[in-house]
Ligand binder design. Structure first.
Ligand code: NAP
Length: 259
């Protein structure tokens, strides 16, 4: 399918690995020029070089912490106006409800709620002025069904989801769509870290922890970054202009519901 976005320009945050990289690759395949961000410069450069070589699109890199004000300023200055924004950052650490203090919540809110909001605030005006834009926020399945040990994520991402629900309706008249992608368990470094946390908490081998988590998914496997990226590219495409303020769950059927 021709996604109709060849020649557009996208900022993809936290994109040297995992789901962000999956989104970057799928957009590059559709002919989109990229501005990619992550903190670690060497993995970011490697990813950028692999994408340039494979898809022949222009890729600019900005090594910075997207959750800090200074990092965001650096990324936004390098990006300039963009047609497509994919927000993403690392997820908060797991723990128990009784572990977290105010500062832990502030960090999680900064990373997974206030950072995407700040990026939208900076880039939506340009999209609205040109009458076309796409924002895709990488959130989490924890927005639909809470994950006990990820209380910081449950809280911060729910806040972002509420913000998007209202804002998406305010910018839609100008041809700009905002939607969220909700990953269930995908085979990335983050999933491996959470497998490790289950291993430690239960004192079981890593492959048993992984098998235990896989058994909760009707598809009986973890998702892939490529599948996730394809969904992102579709939401960024010309075909998705009537999809506004939605939360698309990619979880292999793990969340049980009729609708
Ligand atoms: P990942 O494989 O660990 O990749 C994270 C990427 O983000 C890396 O490129 C990392 O590079 C970059 N990054 C992390 N913190 C950053 C920061 N502060 N500023 C800029 N870049 C940053 O993680 P993932 O699995 O793709 O997860 C992406 C998001 O989806 C996370 O918020 C995660 O919690 C959420 N999620 C993932 C899953 C899953 O199963 N994978 C499920 C639900 C939700 P550097 O470390 O070099 O910065």
């Amino acid at each position: 399918m021709d996604l109709g976005i060849k020649g557009k320009r996208a900022l993809v945050c936290a994109a040297s690995k995992g789901l962000g990289r999956g989104c970057a690759e799928a957009l590059a395949e559709a002919g989109v020029a990229l501005v990619l961000n992550a903190r670690g410069a060497s993995a970011l450069e490697e990813t950028a070089q692999a994408i340039r070589a494979r898809y022949g699109v222009e890729v600019t890199t900005v090594a910075a912490d997207i959750t800090s004000e200074a990092g965001r300023a650096q990324v936004l200055a390098a990006a300039g106006p963009v047609d497509i924004l994919v927000t993403n950052a690392g997820g908060p650490p797991p723990g128990m409800w009784s572990d977290w203090e105010r500062e832990d919540f502030i960090r999680a809110l900064d990373a997974n709620m206030l950072t995407p909001i700040a990026l939208m605030k900076a880039l939506l005006p340009g999209m609205m002025a040109q009458g076309w834009g796409r924002v895709i926020n990488i959130t989490s399945a924890s927005v639909r069904a809470p994950i006990g040990v990820l209380g910081l994520s449950n809280a911060a991402r729910s806040g972002l989801t509420g913000y998007v629900a209202g804002t998406a309706r305010q910018v839609a008249p100008q041809g700009v769509t905002i939607n969220n992608l909700l990953p269930g368990i995908h085979d990335t470094d983050r999933a491996a870290a959470l497998d490790g946390a289950v291993m430690q908490a239960q004192g079981i081998p890593l492959d048993e922890a992984r098998a235990q988590r896989m058994a909760t998914i009707p598809a009986r496997r973890y998702g892939t970054a490529a599948e996730f990226g394809a969904a992102c590219a579709f939401l960024a495409s010309q075909h998705a202009g009537f999809i506004v303020g939605q939360n698309l769950l990619l979880d292999g059927g793990a969340f049980h519901s009729t609708v």
